[in-house]
Design a protein around this ligand. Structure first.
Ligand code: ADP
Ligand code: DP6
Ligand code: CO
Length: 364
C-alpha cells in the first residue's frame, strides 16, 4: 500500500578497507567453502585509503535480490554472493530461534538491493575482492541485526575478505576441520600497534588482471609442486616468524619475510603450468630499486609486496618516506616529468645525498 511505513526501505551504508597480505594465501583445499592450503597474514589499511563502500536496502516491496558493482548490475546468482546472503540470513534466523532480539525481524523475508563501489581499481591485484566481500557481509549483518564472528562468512565470499573484517595485523588461520568452522581470521595486533609503519601503493597498471585470483590459484594447486612445498614446509615457520617480527616491531625481519614471501608466491605462479605472469617490467624495476636502496644503507628500510597483479605495495617506516618517495619520483615521474626526463632535462632530486644518487643510478 503506498505510504505504508512497512514499504519504506531499511537502508544501511558501510565501508571496509583492503588488506595487503605479507604472507600470501594462494590455493584452496575446498573450493566451495573457500578453505586454504596455508594460513596467511596481512595488514589492513585505513578506511580513508583503498576502500569499498556498500549500501544495502531491504523492502517488502522488492521482488528479488539484486546487486550493482561500480554502477553496473551484476549476477546475484553468483555462488559466492549466494553463500554470503544465505549465511547471514541463516544467522538471523538462528538468533531469532535462540531468543536473541534482532534489529528488524520483518526484513528477514525481504529481498535486498546491494550497491557497492570501490574507490580503487577492481580486479587489478589491489584486493578488491577482500574489501568488497568484507563490506558486503558487514553491511548485510548491520541490516539484519547480526553481531559476532563474521569472518567465516566473509571467507565464503572471497578468502582474503575474512582478514578485512579486522583492523591492524590479522592472520587467517587455515584450520583443519572439513566444515571450515575453524578457518577464521584473528587479529594479531591492533591498528595502533605500530604507528611508524607506512604503506605506499604504487599503481603500475589499473587494468583488470588477465587471470583472476580464483582461477589462477586453482591452476597452481593442480600443477605446481613448488606451491605444495611452500604450503607444507615454508609457510608454517614463516607465519610464526612473521607474528614475532610484528609483535616486536622488528622492521628488517618483517620486511625481509614480506619480500621473500611475495617472491615465492610469484615463483609459484611461474611454476604453474601454463605459467601465470602477474608482474610486469615496472614491477621488476621496483623490486631492483628497493634492493639497491636497502643495499646502499646496508639496512632493510623498505619492502615490496605484490599480489596477483603488477601493482606494488611498499612498506617502510615514517622516517624514510620522504627520501624514498623522492627516489620513486625520479624513476617514475608523472607523465610530464617523465617526458622531460626522457629528453634529458633535469629533474629535481636535490634532497638526495650525492652518494645515494650514485648508488641508485642517478647522475652525480
Ligand atoms: P582483486 O585482486 O582485486 O581482489 P580478484 O580476482 O581476487 O581481484 O577479484 C575480483 C572480483 O571480486 C571482481 O571481479 C568481483 O567479482 C569481486 N568484487 C570486487 N569488488 C567487489 C565489491 N565491492 N563487491 C562485491 N564483489 C566485488
Ligand atoms: C595474491 O582472496 O582474491 O591476494 O578466495 O578465490 O576470492 P578467492 O581469492 P582471493 O586471493 C587473494 C590472493 C592474494 C594473496 C592474499 O591476499 O593473501
Ligand atoms: Co582478490
Amino acid at each position: 500500500m503506498p505510504g505504508d511505513s512497512m514499504d519504506k526501505p531499511n537502508i544501511v551504508t558501510c565501508t571496509a578497507p583492503v588488506n595487503i597480505a605479507v604472507i600470501k594465501y594462494w590455493g584452496k583445499r575446498n573450493e566451495e567453502l573457500i578453505l586454504p592450503i596455508n594460513s596467511s597474514l596481512s595488514v589492513t589499511l585505513h578506511q580513508d585509503q583503498l576502500k569499498t563502500t556498500t549500501t544495502v536496502a531491504t523492502s517488502r516491496s522488492f521482488q528479488e535480490d539484486r546487486i550493482w558493482l561500480n554502477g553496473k548490475e551484476e549476477d546475484i546468482t553468483h555462488p559466492r554472493l549466494q553463500s554470503c546472503l544465505r549465511e547471514i540470513r541463516r544467522l538471523t534466523r538462528k538468533r531469532r530461534n535462540d531468543g536473541v532480539p534482532c534489529l528488524d525481524l520483518s526484513c528477514l523475508s525481504h529481498k535486498v538491493r546491494i550497491c557497492s563501489v570501490n574507490n580503487f581499481p577492481t580486479a587489478a591485484g589491489l584486493a578488491s575482492s577482500a574489501a568488497g566481500f568484507a563490506c558486503l557481509v558487514y553491511t548485510l549483518a548491520q541490516v539484519f541485526g547480526v553481531e559476532g564472528e563474521l569472518s567465516g562468512i566473509a571467507r565464503q565470499g572471497s578468502g582474503s575478505a575474512c582478514r578485512s573484517m579486522y583492523g591492524g595485523f590479522v592472520q587467517w588461520i587455515m584450520g583443519n576441520q572439513d566444515d571450515g568452522k575453524d578457518s577464521l581470521a584473528q587479529q594479531v595486533e591492533p591498528e595502533t600497534h605500530w604507528p611508524e609503519l607506512r604503506v605506499l601503493v604504487l599503481v603500475a597498471s589499473a587494468e583488470r588482471k588477465p587471470v583472476g585470483s580464483t582461477s589462477g590459484m586453482q591452476t597452481s594447486v593442480e600443477t605446481s609442486c613448488l606451491l605444495k612445498h611452500r604450503a607444507e614446509s615454508v609457510v608454517p615457520g614463516r607465519m610464526a616468524e612473521m607474528i614475532e617480527a610484528v609483535q616486536k616491531k622488528d622492521f628488517p625481519t618483517f620486511a625481509e619475510l614480506t619480500m621473500k614471501d611475495s617472491n615465492q608466491f610469484h615463483a609459484t605462479c611461474l611454476d604453474t603450468y601454463p605459467p601465470i605472469f602477474y608482474l610486469n617490467s615496472v614491477s621488476h624495476q621496483i623490486i631492483s630499486l628497493v634492493h639497491r636502496y636497502n643495499g646502499h644503507y646496508r639496512d632493510t628500510r623498505v619492502a615490496y609486496t605484490f599480489d596477483a597483479g603488477p601493482n606494488a605495495v611498499i612498506f617502510t617506516l615514517q622516517q624514510h618516506v620522504p627520501e624514498f618517495v623522492q627516489v620513486l619520483k625520479h624513476f617514475f615521474p608523472p607523465e610530464t616529468k617523465r617526458e622531460q626526463f626522457i629528453k634529458g632535462l633535469p629533474v629535481n632530486h636535490a634532497a638526495l645525498s650525492e652518494e645515494l644518487k650514485q648508488t641508485i643510478g642517478l647522475e652525480p
